[in-house]
Design a protein around this ligand. Structure first.
Ligand SMILES: NC(=O)c1ccc[n+]([C@@H]2O[C@H](COP(=O)([O-])OP(=O)(O)OC[C@H]3O[C@@H](n4cnc5c(N)ncnc54)[C@H](OP(=O)(O)O)[C@@H]3O)[C@@H](O)[C@H]2O)c1
Length: 329
């Protein structure tokens, strides 16, 4: 462990990304308060208590994005707040209640608690590369960078609720923090790949398991997508929190691939898995991401090979691929 550091809060602590971020924060010496919706659910939180340093420096408290003031206790006295909690789902019937309000109003709720905390130094909001690329009016020869914003009109028209929720939440966060003098930095990860610490796979990790086990539908729709290792996303959050001169938005993405490129890479690398051979090509514009802003802080991304090797190894260990002859003996 590095030296003992200050107190930070991570919202949505039991989630896929937040769990890995907490692992990294504890390893680098922070005292972490994590918020969870259901502190009584021992099975859902067991992986957090197994983390190195958790018994000494982790505290879990109950908070819900939709309850005003719910984050006050968790955030009070923290120097840093990492706000990751946000619904990652496809709404079943009511997009406003299921995803838009928890993302947008929930973010403002967390930021109002930040404003009430005199110890606060900086807030890191986990946004998404979907706040940058959901638009149809850009030049495909120029990589998209942090100056790009997804089109709210396009997201509404095509009912891309997740991208809409993240775009409106990030915009609301910038407006609130600018008005209230809060030092905000946003991290915009692309599709996160890597081992899951929670025993139940989150929606994106189970989509990837689906792809590895022969499902076509979800990745058909993904078309072209950026990918990034979960450890890189966690390290990026900590880097921009600690780096004094960091500021603004940071795209966090290693490699952008078409789904056919991804499928042929995966089929070659894991020949015993029934990876789909080809996807129909939907109407998706070509794009690349320009991540030079993060790289200028000294950041280096792990490769697509490393992110999938680590993910597949963890799936094997957790028994998700035993029906394909991949199991730990
Ligand atoms: N996975 C990706 O590829 C990806 C890419 C870019 C950005 N992100 C962003 O990363 C963050 C974490 O996502 P993830 O992939 O780790 O998904 P996840 O495992 O589903 O985590 C989402 C977290 O949000 C919490 N949450 C949802 N609604 C809430 C509410 N009403 N009140 C309090 N907490 C609530 C969930 O709490 P419960 O545990 O109680 O359900 C969960 O801990 C999100 O902001 C997401 O948009 C993810």
């Amino acid at each position: 462990m590095d030296e003992i550091k200050g107190k930070v809060c991570v919202t949505g602590a039991a989630g896929f990304l937040a769990s890995w971020l907490i692992k990294r924060l504890l390893l680098s010496g922070y005292h972490v308060t994590g918020t969870v919706r259901d502190p009584g659910n021992e099975k859902k939180l067991a992986h957090l208590w197994r983390l190195e340093g958790a018994k000494e420096r982790l505290r879990l408290v109950k908070a819900d994005l939709m309850e005003e003031g719910s984050f006050d206790d968790a955030i009070m006295e923290c120097h840093g707040v990492f706000h990751t909690a946000s619904p990652v789902l496809t709404p079943s019937s009511d997009p406003k209640a299921e995803i838009l309000e928890p993302a947008i109003e929930g973010t403002l709720n967390v930021l109002r608690s930040c404003k009430r905390n005199p110890s606060l130094k900086r807030v890191i909001l986990t946004s998404s590369s979907s706040t940058v690329r959901a638009r149809d009016d850009f030049d495909p020869n120029i990589p998209l960078d942090e100056s790009s914003w997804s089109s709210v009109e396009l997201c509404e028209r095509l009912q891309i609720w997740y991208a809409l929720s993240k775009t409106l939440a990030e915009k609301a966060a910038w407006e609130f923090c600018n008005e209230n003098g809060i030092d905000l930095i946003t991290v915009l990860p692309s599709f996160v790949i890597g081992p899951s610490l929670p025993s139940d796979l989150c929606s994106t990790a189970s989509d990837v398991l689906g792809l590895l086990t022969g499902e076509v539908e979800k990745f058909q729709w993904h078309g072209r997508m950026g990918y990034v290792h979960i450890d890189d996303v966690a390290l990026c959050h900590i880097l921009v929190y600690e780096h004094e001169s960091a500021g603004g938005r940071y795209l966090c993405s290693s490699t952008v691939l078409d789904n056919n490129e991804l499928a042929s890479f995966l089929a070659q690398r894991y020949p015993s898995l029934p990876i789909p051979k080809r996807f129909e090509q939907g109407r998706r514009l070509y794009y690349e991401f320009d991540t030079s802003k993060l790289k200028r802080l000294g950041f280096k991304f792990k490769s697509i090979q490393e992110m999938f090797d680590d993910y597949v190894a963890s799936l094997v260990e957790q028994g998700h691929l035993s029906s394909f002859g991949l199991a730990i003996n």
